[in-house]
Design a protein around this ligand. Structure first.
Ligand SMILES: [Zn+2]
Ligand SMILES: [Zn+2]
Length: 141
């Protein structure tokens, strides 16, 4: 059993949930892609692979993964939130097209440093930040 799977088993146990092949399938589907997907898209992708799983199981499992920092949630202000896994994934920010929903990732050292600086000025120790840019992509302009 892989390290990730062992951790999954452990967090499910801590949440009082059984480790089932359906929950494992949710996990496998999430880590199989670096895309930012809605819970429903993840659900559909699993169904398309011929795995029988309920929508409720998918949503519940994503909730547990989110709570335990296995996935990151992107609240886009409108429409359903999107999810991406956080395994071997470094911190990044997102730029989002409000027309077609395209999401690109970026990391700019200067922005990261500035945020640290702002936190320091206000006497905060930074734990996390969410930085999102919204606009129209090349194709949608
Ligand atoms: Zn676009
Ligand atoms: Zn991302």
């Amino acid at each position: 059993m892989s390290k990730g799977l062992k951790r999954l088993k452990k967090i499910l146990h801590n949440e009082g949930l059984r480790f089932t092949s359906q929950r494992e399938a949710v996990w496998n589907e999430i880590i199989s892609s670096d895309d930012h997907r809605e819970a429903d898209e993840i659900y559909m992708a699993i169904r398309q692979k011929g795995i029988s799983v309920s929508r409720a199981t998918v949503y519940r499992t994503i909730d547990v993964l989110l709570k335990n920092n296995f996935v990151r949630k992107l609240d886009l202000g409108v429409g359903p939130s999107k999810f991406e896994h956080r395994i071997d994934s470094h911190h990044h920010d997102h730029i989002i097209c409000i027309q077609c929903g395209r999401i690109d990732e970026f990391l700019v050292d200067q922005i990261e440093d500035l945020q640290d600086k702002v936190a320091k000025e206000y006497g905060f120790k930074l734990v996390r930040h969410i930085h999102q840019l919204f606009g129209l992509c090349e194709n949608c302009q």
